[in-house]
Design a protein around this ligand. Structure first.
Ligand code: HEC
Ligand code: HEC
Ligand code: HEC
Ligand code: HEC
Length: 162
C-alpha cells in the first residue's frame, strides 16, 4: 500500500471512531449538574440558570406552540436533540445547560470534570458566540439582535473561587 492509501484509511478510521464516541454522549438534564454546581461559594450555576431566561424558555410558548417543532427547536433542548441521545433530560427544562455545554453523560464524573482537558475530550463545550447564534438569529420570530458581550453578561455564572 502506498502512503496516500494508508492516510485515507487512517482518516476513515479516525472518522468512524469519533462518530461512535459522539453517539455515546447523552443528555442528562440540569438536575444532574445541580448536585455539583449549586454551591454559593462556587457560583451556584444551577440557580443562575434557573432564575435566567433559558430555564423559562418553555413558559413563552402558549397553547399549541409548546408542541410546534418550529418553536421547540430553539426553546427546548430536549426537543432539539435526537431522541436516542436523551438519558434523563426533560422537555420542561427549556434551554438547558447541555444546549451550551454539550451532552454531559461522559464528562459529569468528578474525576473527569476536575480536568478541563479530559472534560473537553468527553463532550464538554465551553461555548463561544457561534453556539449562541444557533438560536439567537433571524429565524426567531422575536429576534432582538445579538451582542455576544452584552448577552453573555446577562447570563454569566462564573465560579468566583477560580
Ligand atoms: C460530580 C460532580 C459534577 C457534576 C455532576 C458536574 N460537574 Fe461540572 N465540574 C465539576 C468540577 C469539580 C469542576 C471543576 C471545578 C470548577 O470549574 O467548578 C467542574 C467544572 C465544570 C465546568 C468548567 C470547565 C472549565 O474547565 O472551565 C463546566 C462548564 C461544567 N463543569 C459544566 C457541567 C455541566 C453542564 C454539568 C451537567 C451536565 C456538570 N458540569 C456536571 C463537577 C461536576
Ligand atoms: C438552544 C437555543 C439557545 C442557545 C444555544 C442560546 N440561547 Fe439564549 N435564549 C434562547 C431562547 C429561546 C431565549 C428566550 C427565552 C424566553 O424568554 O422564552 C433566550 C434568551 C436569552 C437572553 C435573554 C434575552 C432577553 O431578551 O431578555 C439572553 C441574555 C441570552 N439568551 C443569552 C445567550 C447567550 C450569551 C448564549 C450563548 C452563550 C445563548 N443565549 C445561547 C435560546 C438559546
Ligand atoms: C431560531 C430560534 C428560535 C425559534 C425558531 C423560535 N424562537 Fe422564540 N425566541 C428565541 C430567542 C433567542 C428569544 C429571545 C429574544 C431575543 O433576545 O432575541 C426568543 C423569544 C421568544 C419569546 C419572548 C418574546 C420576547 O419579547 O422576549 C416568545 C413569546 C417566543 N420566542 C415565541 C416563539 C414562538 C411562538 C416560536 C415558534 C413560532 C418561536 N419563538 C420560535 C429563539 C427562537
Ligand atoms: C446559554 C448558554 C449556557 C447555558 C444554558 C449554561 N451555560 Fe454555563 N457557561 C456558559 C458560558 C458562555 C460560560 C463561560 C465559558 C467560558 O468561560 O469560556 C459558562 C461557564 C460555566 C461554568 C464555568 C464557570 C467558571 O467560572 O469556571 C460552569 C461550571 C457552568 N457554566 C455550568 C453550567 C450549568 C451547571 C448550567 C445549567 C444549570 C449551565 N452552565 C448553563 C453558557 C451557558
Amino acid at each position: 500500500m502506498n502512503r496516500k492509501k494508508i492516510m485515507i484509511l487512517l482518516s476513515m478510521a479516525i472518522f468512524i471512531c469519533t462518530t461512535v464516541t459522539a453517539q455515546d454522549f447523552k443528555y442528562i438534564g440540569a438536575s444532574k449538574c445541580k448536585m455539583c454546581h449549586n454551591k454559593a461559594d462556587k457560583g451556584a450555576q444551577y440557580k443562575a440558570w434557573l432564575d435566567g431566561p433559558h430555564a423559562k424558555a418553555m413558559e413563552s410558548l402558549k397553547g399549541d406552540e409548546a408542541k410546534d417543532p418550529k418553536c421547540l427547536k430553539c426553546h427546548s433542548t430536549a426537543a432539539a436533540v435526537d431522541a436516542g441521545l436523551i438519558a434523563t433530560l426533560t422537555a420542561a427544562e427549556g434551554v438547558s445547560c447541555e444546549s451550551c455545554h454539550g451532552p454531559g453523560s461522559m464528562y459529569k464524573k468528578k474525576t473527569i470534570m476536575l480536568s478541563q482537558e479530559k472534560s473537553l475530550a468527553n463532550g464538554l463545550i465551553l461555548p463561544d458566540e457561534k453556539v449562541c447564534k444557533t438560536c439567537h438569529n433571524e429565524e426567531s420570530p422575536n429576534y432582538k439582535g445579538f451582542n455576544f458581550k452584552e448577552y453573555s453578561a446577562k447570563i454569566a455564572h462564573p465560579n468566583p473561587a477560580k
